[in-house]
Design a protein around this ligand. Sequence first.
Ligand SMILES: NC(=O)N[C@@H](CC(=O)O)C(=O)O
Ligand SMILES: [Zn+2]
Ligand SMILES: [Zn+2]
Length: 347
Amino acid sequence: MTRQITLRRPDDWHLHLRDGAMLGAVAPHSAGFGRAIIMPNLVPPVVTGAQAAAYRDRILAALPEGAAMQPQMTLYLTDTTDPADVISAHRDGIIRAVKLYPAGATTNSASGVTDFDLVRPVLEAMAEAGIPMCVHGEVTDPQVDIFDREAVFIDRVLDPIRRKTPGLRVVMEHITTSEGVAYARLGGDDLGATITTHHLVINRNAILSGGIRPHYYCLPVAKRESHRLALRDAATSGEGRFFLGTDSAPHPDSAKLQPCGCAGCYTAPNTMSILAQVFEDDGALDRLEAFTSLYGAAFYGLPANEDRITLTRRDDPAEYPAQITAGDETVTVFDPGFPLYWHQENA
Ligand SMILES: NC(=O)N[C@@H](CC(=O)O)C(=O)O
Ligand SMILES: [Zn+2]
Ligand SMILES: [Zn+2]
């Protein structure tokens, strides 16, 4: 039986588009999202307004003619970021947010913040100007177990920063734990949290049980099942603080399939089909649009997209490539492990 739902065009509030040949290969697969927060962890990172503007131009050039996507640029916060540069890039309409990576926490985060006191003046300027801070919330302390790094970050870093900086708007990026869900629920309008597609689908068994599966390895690493269920509950709850950020993070297979493979799941091509299945399975299809197309925009103070997309549930599963090609490399598309009956007709 065929069924159809119509949604306002979705936005992706956490996206990696990379640069060069990889950008050319992946940009078309995100072109059907309306807005996307573009993460700045290039090598070298996007640290100035001029770099963000130039990167936006490269993205626009990589998108197909008539693409819906309007990239929303971010600056990569470092120990030496000048508050005045952040303010002027925001005032000039170049950036939507600033990204905080603890140094060493994730892919291309070597230039991240080493000491949170060093960035206090920037955070205060951002609070004053209403510029949101997107946070990769994991401590890097090698003494802390990797599965605890998000929860410990909330206690040791995020909560103290928020208490010291009233008015700072914060997005907890890609939350993976029930502690993350609970902390997000304590906040007011100044606190949001993105949830990825893949963290709604996989738990840590997917990575480690019955053989090691590098394509399911991302950061923060997927946790035990109870945490996945907490994320499902949050995403489908209809609470405005939780919204979609796919964290679609393409890496060449040659870099994933290594003795020390890198972190990231590439979900852009099939995200909407997966999410429709997830929400249907949880009896929450009527809340999908809010999660993908309303709440993130509201957090960022933007209107919802006016145009619509249609998802059709067919008896035959949707076809999507197992891999895409980027220059000489391939990138493996996230495999949710179940057939995708929801087809996106008009990307
Ligand atoms: N999520 C990931 O595992 N990887 C991201 C970085 C990030 O979002 O932390 C990447 O840039 O590859
Ligand atoms: Zn991250
Ligand atoms: Zn990311």
